[in-house]
Design a protein around this ligand. Structure first.
Ligand code: SF4
Length: 409
């Protein structure tokens, strides 16, 4: 372990030098939560003009937080679609829509974060329903999905004090050894935070060690809404918005690419959504040519979660389309925005392709988290191809979260 970390520190130093010589920021300044929220709460939107926004989008200029809030709450839906598509086709000029054959297994469901929106976790000590997979059990389960064609594995778990940092490194090494042609997309920021707790290492050392073991991308789960007043209501024990953002910054400095997510439809208000997007946009500004590969929003699924009674209703497809389109317009420095057939339904996923998105997500051979919230939707590669075609686009399969297209249909 010591030599792995020492070696990892060297790798990190080299990565920092690479970033520095490429002109990327290596400063640790955070996009603190609340950066624009105070200005947006109760803001007067009467001065916002759609003509000015149209001109900005046409000229590839940035919209302001106030304009973002107006778009989210007041813009006509058709206007939003047109503006979002301007950005979508600027970044992705072809009528191509990508997807990936992937799987989302979990190595443990033990978790001490007690998020009120989560139906997946079990408390530490729950011997009836709790589990931790050994590295070899995990590899066997991943192997079953690889046999079915998975080219990317998105792996996440609960937050457990019982797992040492070496476990995570072993997972990455075993993965690289056993599935050299499959992409490991492992461990979201809350898990990285737990690795820091159990190892006492800094984020830079953690990412350097993970990089050395073979990890190149990190999924952006655990974002929910990057506004601490919302997090205090739905996940008070989980890392803060600032921490989540800092972990992405550390990953980017360490040479990893990451994805950004958002789970909306619970305790947030529209200004919190814009705060979230603003935080992401600032992190991406500082990431140079790397950073986030994609943004992926989805709505909260209430069933079987502790806050089901508090927020029982799904926001529905129209809100989803608004969130997607505004995200595409606001995140002018993120190349891909993903539509989700899985979280919003296949028909809404198809419509979403006309609201600024250019990717249809993964086929999800295995998925447990939303399944336990009574959300059960399945697809196949053939159906995914057909859904994209039926929506008026050309399907193309990518291998990994890095948008490397390997086959068009
Ligand atoms: S969402 Fe993640 S961190 Fe929160 S309780 Fe569930 S498993 Fe734990």
């Amino acid at each position: 372990m010591t030599s792995a970390v020492t070696k990892a520190r060297d790798v990190m130093r080299e990565a920092r030098q690479r970033a520095s010589s490429a002109g990327h920021s290596v400063a640790t300044g955070a996009a603190a939560p609340g950066v624009v929220l105070p200005d947006l709460l109760g803001a007067d939107l009467s001065g916002v003009r759609i003509e000015a926004i149209r001109d900005k989008v046409t000229a590839a200029q940035r919209v302001t937080p106030l304009e973002g809030l107006w778009l989210l709450t007041r813009a006509p839906l058709a206007e939003l679609a047109a503006l979002a598509n301007t950005w979508r086709f600027r970044y992705n000029p072809e009528r191509r829509v990508t997807f990936v054959i992937d799987t989302n297994p979990n190595y443990t469901n033990y978790c001490d974060a007690d998020c009120l929106f989560c139906a997946f976790y079990r408390r530490p000590g729950d011997t009836r329903e709790g589990y931790v997979q050994s590295v070899s059990e995990l590899m066997d389960s991943i192997g079953r999905s690889v046999d079915l064609g998975a080219t990317t594995v998105l792996l996440q778990g609960g937050l457990s004090d019982e797992l040492p940092f070496e476990y995570y490194l072993d997972v990455v090494r075993a993965f690289r050894d056993r599935f050299p042609d499959v992409h490991p997309h492992l461990f979201s920021p809350p898990e990285i935070g737990k690795m820091r707790e159990v190892s006492s290492l800094g984020y830079e050392e953690i990412f350097a060690a993970l990089f050395e073991a073979g990890l190149r991308t990190m999924p952006g789960g655990g974002a929910e809404i990057l506004s601490d007043r919302v997090r205090a209501r739905i996940s008070p024990k989980k890392q803060s918005a600032r921490e989540w953002l800092e972990i992405h910054r550390a990953a980017h400095r360490g040479g990893l690419r990451t994805t950004a997510t958002m789970m909306y439809g619970h305790a947030e208000q529209p200004p919190d959504v814009i705060e979230h997007l603003e935080c992401l946009r600032r992190v991406q500004d500082d990431a140079g040519n790397g950073g986030f590969t994609a943004f992926i929003p989805w709505s909260y699924k209430a069933a079987n979660t502790p806050m089901e009674r508090q927020f029982p209703d799904s926001p529905g497809p129209v809100v989803y389309l608004r969130v997607l389109a505004v995200s595409r317009i606001y995140l002018d420095n993120v190349r891909h925005v993903q539509a989700s057939w899985f979280s919003e339904g296949k028909k809404a996923g198809q419509v979403a392709l006309h609201f600024g998105t250019d990717d249809f997500g993964g086929t999800l051979i295995e998925e447990n988290v939303l399944h336990l919230a009574a959300h059960e939707v399945e697809t196949t590669t053939e159906e995914t191809i057909e859904l994209i075609r039926e929506a008026g686009f050309q399907p193309a399969r990518r291998q990994t979260p890095l948008y490397d297209v390997v086959e068009s249909y």
